[in-house]
Design a protein around this ligand. Sequence first.
Ligand SMILES: NC(=O)c1ccc[n+]([C@@H]2O[C@H](COP(=O)([O-])OP(=O)(O)OC[C@H]3O[C@@H](n4cnc5c(N)ncnc54)[C@H](OP(=O)(O)O)[C@@H]3O)[C@@H](O)[C@H]2O)c1
Length: 315
Amino acid sequence: MTNHVRIGHSDVVSGPLGLGTNKVGGHNLFTGLDDQTGIRTVKAALDHGMTMLDTAFMYGLGNSERLIGQAIADYDRHQIVIATKAAQDPAQGLRPNNRPAFLTAQVDHALQRLGTDYLDIFYIHFPDSDTPKYEAVGALQRLKEAGKIRAIGVSNFSPAQLAEANQDGYVDIVEDAYNLIDRQNEQRLMPYLQAHHISFVPYFPLASGLLTGKYRAGQTFSEDSWQARQANFHGDRFAAITAALATVVQPIAAAHQATIAQTILAWYIQAPTIAVVIPGARTPEQAMQNAQALTVRLTSQESKQIAAAFKQLPD
Ligand SMILES: NC(=O)c1ccc[n+]([C@@H]2O[C@H](COP(=O)([O-])OP(=O)(O)OC[C@H]3O[C@@H](n4cnc5c(N)ncnc54)[C@H](OP(=O)(O)O)[C@@H]3O)[C@@H](O)[C@H]2O)c1
């Protein structure tokens, strides 16, 4: 039995593992996606113990939310924690808009697309440049009081924007980049989150697939690939990451009869600073495999070894 976590000051309780759904319907962000595969991926996640579904308007400009609405139609809604996000304003070339009236309308649109009458978590996806952040969150507090959302989140906010957003203590949860090879939020955000009882959900937990171990040392990427634009996939840094996976994580994974991805996900599940881990999946098979991380229990020694393996990577 896995530990459930309470989200911030809200009454939302989630299992520790969820599905990231930017590849469920996110045709505007990724190539090679298929809607029916997306629906099956969501169902596979729920069938294998993932309780949170992390989506956003931006994933397919509503398509991901619509597919999730279809996928969950036959499930018990109360067993699922739906988290969605909005801010990108179609009337402003998708620039972020945090105006109270805009966010309020976006919550209604998301409810319609998802076919539900409440959102467990609603995040402001990105900060805009001019709305006072406590006003934006104040609008979400009113939606919480009205029962349309159950927990208030912000994403991609700087520490100063987060402090402004949380002026009245209303923020329940923050979603931001974090994984074993990008640890800056341990200093940048986590001390504030812990001091204010705000939950943390890391995005890119698998470093976009790199931490599954499926990329090999010495592998090269074509110039037009997305990997070519990411420092993690280049030179000494890529070599150090693949070496750490092979020499430190793989033996620990083997001892647990687990995959590298399951072992990495188990590390986050056991990390006290992390509320829910939401690995993305492109296929039902990936979701099923990742869900098995719920059965892996690392010793504290193994967790320390994994953390240390990625501590000092070349830039
Ligand atoms: N708030 C924000 O601004 C923000 C930003 C980014 C993401 N997010 C959220 O965070 C979630 C997680 O981030 P992410 O999905 O971008 O990155 P991620 O979780 O680090 O990586 C997910 C990708 O890794 C590959 N993968 C996953 N499981 C695998 C397995 N078992 N074996 C082999 N490959 C596997 C898949 O891509 P391939 O098969 O294509 O390699 C998958 O799409 C997203 O889905 C989204 O919900 C939020």
